[in-house]
Design a protein around this ligand. Structure first.
Ligand SMILES: O=c1[nH]cnc2c1ncn2[C@@H]1O[C@H](CO)[C@@H](O)[C@H]1O
Ligand SMILES: [Zn+2]
Length: 533
């Protein structure tokens, strides 16, 4: 009687043996077509079993309760899966997410996943964390001015100020207060306009990844003046933590450029003040929600920079880490990778970072195989990155795949982001399938949920579970990636243990609630699920 773990180890050994030269020789020498049907079946069963045992999550041993919960989850998953096989037009992961956001809301599987404690969100870009509705709420704050062109029809920039801003950089731009614009255009009409201006939804058609990136950057730029004002950023960030928490994240690592904030009279504050506002609201959030673990910052300036500028960013990171050693803990370079310089150019500067400041580099977020951008993956690993953001191109680099596994570097897979930024269309073709098959450590992240009007993590979990992972992948996979998000976080080991305890309490509660409401969840006629963890 083997325990699962023992089985896993033994199967691992057999697998290595079978895929070694003896096995290939055996297959090569004997004429497999002449084997008896029974032998053929046995061999086939062995290979299938070995494949399954090798996938991500199979080291997890489910408790008796979890086995029951797994039945519920797999029932719901198979229902969607089988419908899809019978009629592929019904399969949600075959579509652009914007075309199926409404349908996903009706999915009972999605509902259960949205309540699932997911551990940490290890990649959240600071400006794209809150829902559109909350951003619109912020436009009602006092002292907000807006610059428009085209007779008030196009919103170009926001600014908080006592007096009318004097910035004339936008050609033909006219400043007026938000109240004035609201009166002029009508509240409902203006809010509808803001909904579109703050997110890429519902525009599915983008000719290129570059066009999608331009759209993303335009939104980020529009939000600049609205969010870089400390009292508003405080509200934004606190609410962002709340939205992540309510979606099952108990821990968040934020990638941010830490831009300097401005005051009502136009003076700019030192960057340390930006960090302090973040820190203050994390503290407040932890007091209000004691089972929230923590939030930390990975300093992430734009990668489109000169070597000298990157050198300055590195110095800044070292300085901030000295002042906020438990809060500003890592370094990354962000922005569209295809237009930035290769990491190789910055290697000398990046190597100056002391060992205790971790590198968490975005790399391989490209479709240009064999280019210097694609090779950023190699440099990221050789520079000692602790995780890799996206790594979409990694399956084209078998050696890098082996290295990340050996060096235990986790990949931050962002299913929805890869689709919206036009790297791939159908989730069933997402390269992360290969990571799952090879048991490469990974976590699910979202990137910019605000810009796609998705939830902080749940849509990405849903697409990964239903669209990317094999059909038979079950609760073991979900539990593994949730635990991974703590294991591969930047937290020191002793804090990881505490974090795991906090996650486990929530996880067990979720399991219990599903068990209690199982019959209602499975009753076909119910559209809405009663569970609420
Ligand atoms: O997928 C991504 N890869 C790299 N950088 C990104 C990605 N998504 C967003 N940003 C960066 O974060 C800022 C706020 O959203 C954007 O301005 C962009 O530079
Ligand atoms: Zn990113």
């Amino acid at each position: 009687m083997f325990s699962m773990i023992r089985c896993y180890v033994v199967f691992g050994q057999i697998r290595r043996h079978l895929t070694g030269s003896a096995f290939t020789q055996l297959i090569g020498q004997s004429n497999l077509r002449k084997s008896t049907p029974a032998d053929f079946r046995k061999l086939r069963e062995l290979v299938c079993t070995l494949e399954r045992f090798g996938t991500l999550g199979n080291d997890i041993e489910l408790t008796n309760k979890e086995i029951e919960v797994n039945d519920v989850i797999m029932y719901l998953k198979m229902e969607e899966y089988n419908k899809g096989i019978a009629d592929p037009s019904q399969f949600v992961p075959g579509y652009h997410i914007f075309e199926r956001l409404g349908k996903i809301k009706e999915s009972r599987l999605f509902f259960l996943l949205s309540k699932m404690p997911k551990g940490g969100a290890l990649k959240a870009h600071s400006r794209s964390m809150c829902s559109t509705d909350f951003l619109i709420k912020l436009t009602y704050e006092k002292h907000l001015w807006v610059c428009t062109t085209d007779n008030g029809c196009r919103l170009r920039s926001f600014h908080f100020s006592q007096e009318k801003p004097t910035d004339t950089r936008i050609e033909g731009g006219e400043w007026q207060t938000m109240e004035q614009l609201r009166d002029y255009r009508g509240e409902e009409n203006l809010n509808r306009h803001l909904q579109n201006a703050f997110s890429m939804y519902p525009m599915v058609e983008k000719t290129t990844s570059a066009a999608a990136w331009q759209h993303l950057m335009k939104i980020s730029l529009l939000l600049d003046g609205l969010l870089r004002y400390p009292p508003v950023w405080g509200k934004y960030f606190y609410n962002a933590l709340k939205e992540f928490y309510e979606d099952g994240a108990q821990y968040v690592e934020v990638r941010t450029r830490l831009k300097r904030f401005y005051c009502l009279d136009g003076t700019k504050l030192p960057v340390q003040e930006t960090v302090k506002v973040y820190q203050e609201h994390v503290q407040r959030f932890k007091e209000d929600y004691p089972d929230f673990i923590d939030a930390r910052i990975i300093y992430s300036p734009q990668r489109r920079a000169t070597v000298e500028e990157v050198g300055k960013f590195v110095n800044m990171c070292i300085e901030l880490n000295k002042e906020f050693p438990k809060f500003v803990v890592g370094f990354d370079l962000i922005g569209q990778e295809d237009v930035g310089d290769p990491l190789l150019n910055f290697a000398g500067e990046l190597q100056r970072l002391p060992a205790h400041i971790g590198l968490y580099l975005h790399a391989g977020q490209t479709n240009w195989y064999g280019t210097h951008v694609d090779e950023n993956l190699i440099d990221a690993v050789l520079l000692g990155t602790k995780r890799i953001g996206h790594a979409y191109a990694i399956t084209k680099h078998p050696l890098v795949l082996q290295l990340v596994k050996k060096l235990d570097i986790a990949i931050e897979v962002c299913p929805v982001c890869s689709q919206v930024l036009q790297l791939g269309a159908d989730y069933r073709n997402h390269p992360a399938a290969c990571l799952i098959a090879n048991d490469i450590p990974f976590v699910i992240s979202s990137g910019n949920p605000s810009f796609w009007r998705t939830s902080p993590l749940s849509h990405d979990f849903y697409m990964a579970f239903l669209g990317i992972a094999p059909m038979y992948t079950d609760l073991k996979f979900l539990k593994r990636i949730s635990k991974n998000s703590i294991k591969y976080s930047s937290l020191p080991d002793e804090e990881k243990a505490l974090a795991m305890t906090k996650w486990k309490i929530k996880w067990e509660k979720w399991v219990d609630i599903i068990l209690k409401t199982k019959d209602q969840i499975l009753a076909k006629e119910t559209d809405t699920c009663p569970t609420d963890a």
